[in-house]
Design a binder for this molecule. Structure first.
Ligand SMILES: Nc1ncnc2c1ncn2[C@@H]1O[C@H](COP(=O)(O)OP(=O)(O)OP(=O)(O)O)[C@@H](O)[C@H]1O
Ligand SMILES: Cc1ncc(CO)c(N)n1
Length: 275
């Protein structure tokens, strides 16, 4: 079985962060592992608290993972502080991690800030150059490129600038800001649009985490970048189309929409019963 690692924050409401990543990786058929950067107290209406792990403890988690079950792909999500980002960069280099997907998480769907200003600088200098692909949404693409992004042409210019600066592929997500389902992949000097069907669902908590984890899962399984993005788009469209409606704010998606049966236990010792 192929393996994937998420390095991200925990979302107590289960729709984003580590929880979304593990659900996504599992649904996409890879073995999921996690190194937690911070606990967040949050729900669908906002984030009320953040408790970071120490850099030493993050390093310990990562060393334990890489020296035992080597990940075939790594997804990096919320990392709120510079010293934590430095640890991640050092570990990725030390173990020559493959298929590194960085979702430069800055603000939650609910509007809460998830990274400090100095950490953004460390992200740019230490971590982004190690990525195979970055998955910024439009506000994140604006911060990383220093450009104003209002149109599809702006998305292409910003993605190209970011890709040339950090020598990686860039998937700029239209997301809930511009054109919902249309994302642009810049790679090796070329732009490729992934045009999805807009799904009329206000519940988009964790869409960014889910997409980047689905890309990492598919890279872990050996798909090329274009195929990994295509398959990840299909997965997120399915999860949004399931129209789960939980919580008082922008709720989570149904990550398990494609699981046909529900395991209910065993009978007669060894006979499994499925619904
Ligand atoms: N209503 C929608 N219908 C179809 N696809 C959507 C919709 N909203 C978002 N997506 C897709 O979900 C993926 C995640 O994009 P989005 O821009 O929402 O991420 P994000 O802003 O980083 O998310 P988050 O708020 O979780 O950080 C993209 O592929 C985007 O096209
Ligand atoms: C822990 C965590 N990571 C990422 C996001 C972005 O949606 C979030 N809301 N929470």
């Amino acid at each position: 079985m192929r393996t994937a690692l998420t390095i991200a924050g925990s979302d107590s409401s289960g729709g984003a962060g580590i929880q979304a990543d593990i659900k996504t990786m599992t649904a996409n058929g890879v073995y999921a592992m996690s190194a937690i950067t911070a606990l967040t107290a949050q729900n669908t209406t906002g984030v009320t608290g953040i408790m970071e792990v120490t850099p030493q403890f993050l390093e310990e988690q990562l060393d334990d993972i890489f020296t035992d079950i080597r990940p075939d792909a790594v997804k990096i999500g919320m990392v709120s502080a510079g010293p934590l980002i430095k640890v991640i960069a050092a570990v990725l280099k030390k173990y020559e991690a493959k298929h590194v997907v960085v979702d430069p998480v800055m603000v939650a769907t609910s509007g809460s800030r998830l990274i400090s200003d100095d950490a953004i600088e460390v992200l740019k200098t230490s971590l982004l150059p190690l990525a195979e692909v970055l998955t910024p949404n439009i506000p994140e693409a604006e911060v990383l490129s220093g450009m104003r992004v209002r149109t599809e042409e702006d998305m292409a210019s910003a993605a190209e600038y970011i890709g040339r600066t950090y020598h990686c592929a860039v998937l700029c997500k239209g997301g809930h800001q511009l054109n919902d389902a249309n994302d642009l992949l810049y790679r090796d000097g070329e732009c490729l649009w992934f045009r999805g069907r807009h799904i009329d669902n206000p519940n988009t908590h964790g869409t960014g985490c889910t997409l980047s984890s689905a890309i990492a899962s598919n890279l872990a399984k050996g798909y090329c970048m274009e195929a990994a993005v295509e398959r990840a788009k299909a997965y997120i469209s399915g999860a949004l189309s399931a129209m789960l409606d939980l919580g008082k704010g922008s709720g989570p998606m149904n990550h398990a929409f494609d699981l046909e049966s529900e395991f209910i236990g065993t009978r007669d010792g060894d006979k499994e019963v499925w619904l």
